[in-house]
Design a protein around this ligand. Structure first.
Ligand SMILES: [Zn+2]
Length: 281
């Protein structure tokens, strides 16, 4: 993990090796945490690394419902703010993909393919009490804490419930999973045309610092690359469907854009096939 103190009010926890990033906003009256990572243990150790106490966090913001942004919520007793559909998606997941039955069958499959990962998941789930946002908003929130203005703005794209956090005084943008820097994005809950439009919108903020949801701190070039990746993958997939090619034939085309980072290489073909299914359904 790399801890980057962006300015007097913002800290970024940059964790390309571990997975997801998080952010901390410092005010005279306590701190605001942007996302809680995958477990209470994980977010507690992140806060410990900057000598921040759980009790100093006055507000948690969940940028969207994915487990790697929300499963650490249980560590906090302060209000947890999220877009209304983030709460709804988490409520729905509790009786679907986050239900004990689904965890059990996921674990028994994982034990056969990756026993080490299965062990890790078992430990995470054992102590997990999924904690829902306590406060919701619809379009945007503009508030102040300890003299610091902050905004939470619903944009969607990567997921329907995604919000970004904007500090207008220092022009710092926590972009959440609208930006995967340097690697294939996770797109399986996404609206791709929306996401492409939102990336253009991010550039209009005129941010002095951008913290992505995954990967290292980035600028306009990385946003443009991701937008072109999504745009070109979407258009080339459309073309293959028009020509009557199968999902496998489509995904085998070497003309699709690539990322050099190998860790998420499996997403190269998986993303193409997901877009293919989206278009024909
Ligand atoms: Zn996500």
């Amino acid at each position: 993990m790399e801890i980057i103190r962006i300015d007097s009010v913002a800290t970024a926890f940059i964790r390309p090796a571990e997975g997801v990033n998080a952010g901390l906003i410092h005010t005279r009256e306590g701190m605001i945490l942007v996302d809680t990572t995958s477990s209470a243990e994980e977010i507690t150790s992140i806060l410990n690394a900057v000598d921040a106490q759980i009790e100093e966090v006055r507000l948690v913001i969940n940028t969207h419902s994915h487990s790697d942004h929300t499963w650490g919520n249980q560590a906090f007793t302060c209000p947890i703010l999220a877009h209304r559909s983030c709460l709804e998606r988490m409520q729905s997941a509790l009786s679907n993909e986050w239900s004990p039955e689904v965890f059990r069958s996921y674990l028994s499959d994982l034990e056969k393919t990756d026993p080490q990962k299965a062990d890790e998941f078992r430990r995470t789930v054992k102590d997990l009490h999924i904690t829902l946002p306590s406060e919701v908003f619809d379009e945007r929130v503009e508030r102040e804490l300890g003299g610091l203005k902050y905004e939470v703005i619903h944009l969607g794209g990567h997921t329907p419930d995604l919000s970004v956090v904007w500090l207008p005084q220092s022009r710092v943008l926590f972009a959440s999973d609208l930006i995967f820097q340097g690697r294939y994005p996770y797109i399986f809950d996404a609206n791709i045309p929306d996401w492409i439009a939102r990336l253009s919108q991010l550039m209009e903020f005129g941010a002095s610092a951008i913290i992505p949801g995954h990967g290292v701190m980035c600028g306009e070039a990385e946003i443009v690359y991701l937008r072109e990746y999504l745009q070109n993958t979407w258009e080339l997939t459309t073309e293959h469907i028009r020509l009557g090619h199968s999902p496998d034939e489509t995904a085998a085309d070497p003309a699709f854009p690539r990322f050099s980072e190998q860790k998420y290489e499996r997403l190269h073909q998986a993303n193409i096939k997901y877009m293919y299914q989206k278009m024909i359904s």
